[in-house]
Design a protein around this ligand. Structure first.
Ligand SMILES: Cc1ncc(COP(=O)(O)O)c(C=O)c1O
Length: 433
């Protein structure tokens, strides 16, 4: 009996971690191929980060952001501003991805209000997306299993089709898929009325809802053109893809995308502190300055910022963005080759160290397993028995069905460890063949 309200069953107790490895109280070690939920960006047990955390906590841990600023939050904003694909960005640090999304959505609203366009209230997002579990972020998310119980409480948002090339809804696929998606977006904007549309929210590369799905070639160029034509702000949710994960500091950079707002979390503090941030372009920030009633008790946290600065330093010093690209390519190639003949591996996709395997009941027709079989969860359990941690997800086929194994190991993963991930995955999937 435990007093803790757990999120899983029969959970081992984690006691220590180093690099890509976690050890439990029974002495078993696990290769962390998912970084938890794609969080542990620089690996576990980093003494330098622990030292930065302790040092800042002993100097000054907490001040309220309306009363003081601190050196680490100022420096973090400065550092991020140099890395972000945005014009003259400003950074609003928070405690996680959902808070970052709430901040972005409210900033969008404040922007249109300040510009005298109060009717711009509709946010358009995509099916097969995930933006967080708070009610605003969930409202713009496209994951039915998470949304459905709370539907009466979710604010109205419009959805355009999800973007997964493996399951592309464009009737002419693979011809002109980018144009097809951009047309659906423009159609939605015109139907709602451009004067009522506030923002388009999307992950530059899909996360757990779509399974690391890259957009078709030209997608972002065409989507940006549509948004700009109608005065619709672009919010890039980089909570999962940001801070080096996909082999660029921000995934937007792969596509020349310069969003108006960018959210980030997960890898930003590498799991050493619950941290997120919303970055606003200079134009958005200047427009809402003094007219943005928003904040959280723990926003602008000095210890979180000191931790993130050390994480960013590690990523820079060790060249981990380039490493993510190289190791990710090895992981993608290794999984693709090892599982080429597996009857239930439909697709292996991703970019950098954001990789997913989509499992299907029938490879020919791409028919997904029925959700009640909980295939992703049972393969994840089999992997854990092999000493491999992956992150299960579902819903990529139709919002409900569609089993995914997500990979997002620490960016410090070695080639040898990548090969171990591939081998243990093969063993874990043996039971499904
Ligand atoms: C793309 C994306 N946005 C937002 C979130 C929400 O972040 P958090 O769980 O830190 O609130 C997540 C979490 O998985 C995510 O993947």
């Amino acid at each position: 009996m435990t007093r803790l309200f757990h999120r899983g069953r029969d959970l081992p107790t984690a006691v220590s971690g180093e690099g890509c490895w976690i050890t439990d109280a029974a002495g078993r070690s696990y290769l962390d191929a998912a970084g938890g939920a794609l969080v542990a960006s620089i690996g576990h047990g980093d003494e330098g980060v622990a030292g930065a955390l302790a040092g800042q906590a002993s100097r000054i841990a907490y001040v309220h952001a309306s009363a003081f600023t601190t050196a680490p939050v100022e420096e973090l904003a400065e550092r991020l501003a140099r890395l972000l694909p945005m014009d003259d960005p400003r950074v609003f640090p928070v405690s996680g991805g959902s808070e970052a999304m709430e901040t972005a959505l409210k900033a969008v609203r404040a922007y249109h209000l300040a510009r005298g366009e109060p009717d711009r209230v509709i946010v358009i997002s995509r099916e097969l997306s995930y933006h967080g579990n708070t009610r605003g972020a969930l409202a713009v998310s496209g994951r039915r299993s998470l949304r459905d119980p709370y539907l009466p409480w979710l604010t109205h948002s419009e959805k355009v089709p999800g973007v997964i090339e493996y399951r592309c809804p464009n009737p002419a696929h693979p011809e002109a898929c980018a144009t097809w998606h951009a047309e659906r977006l423009e159609e939605a904007i015109l139907q709602i009325g451009p004067e009522r549309v506030a923002a388009f929210v999307a992950e530059p590369i899909g996360g757990a809802a779509s399974g690391a799905a890259e957009p078709p070639s030209g997608y972002w160029e065409e989507v940006v053109a549509v948004c700009r034509r109608h005065g619709v702000l672009i919010v890039a949710d980089e909570v999962m893809t940001g801070v080096g994960r996909t082999g660029a500091w921000f995934a937007s950079q792969h596509y020349g995308l310069r969003p108006d707002l960018v959210t980030m979390a997960k890898g930003l503090a590498g799991g050493y502190w619950p941290l997120g941030a919303c970055a606003l372009s200079g134009q958005v920030a200047r427009t809402i300055e003094g007219a943005f009633p928003h904040g959280f008790t723990f926003s602008h946290h000095a210890v979180g910022a000191a931790v993130a600065l050390e994480v960013l330093r590690r990523i820079e010093e060790q060249g981990l963005v380039e490493a993510a690209a190289r190791r990710g390519a090895r992981l993608l190639a290794g999984l693709t080759e090892a599982l080429a003949d597996h009857p239930h591996v439909g697709d292996v996709r991703g970019r950098g160290l954001l990789v997913a395997i989509e499992l299907v009941e029938d490879r020919e027709t791409k028919r997904p397993f029925s959700r009640d079989r909980r295939i992703a969860e049972s393969v994840t359990a089999a992997a854990k028995k092999e000493g491999l941690l992956v992150y299960p997800s579902s819903g990529c086929a139709d919002g409900l069905n569609g089993d995914l194994l997500m990979y997002g190991p620490p960016l410090v993963i070695t080639e040898e460890e990548v090969d171990t991930v591939v081998e243990r995955t093969r063993l874990a999937l043996g039971g499904l063949a």
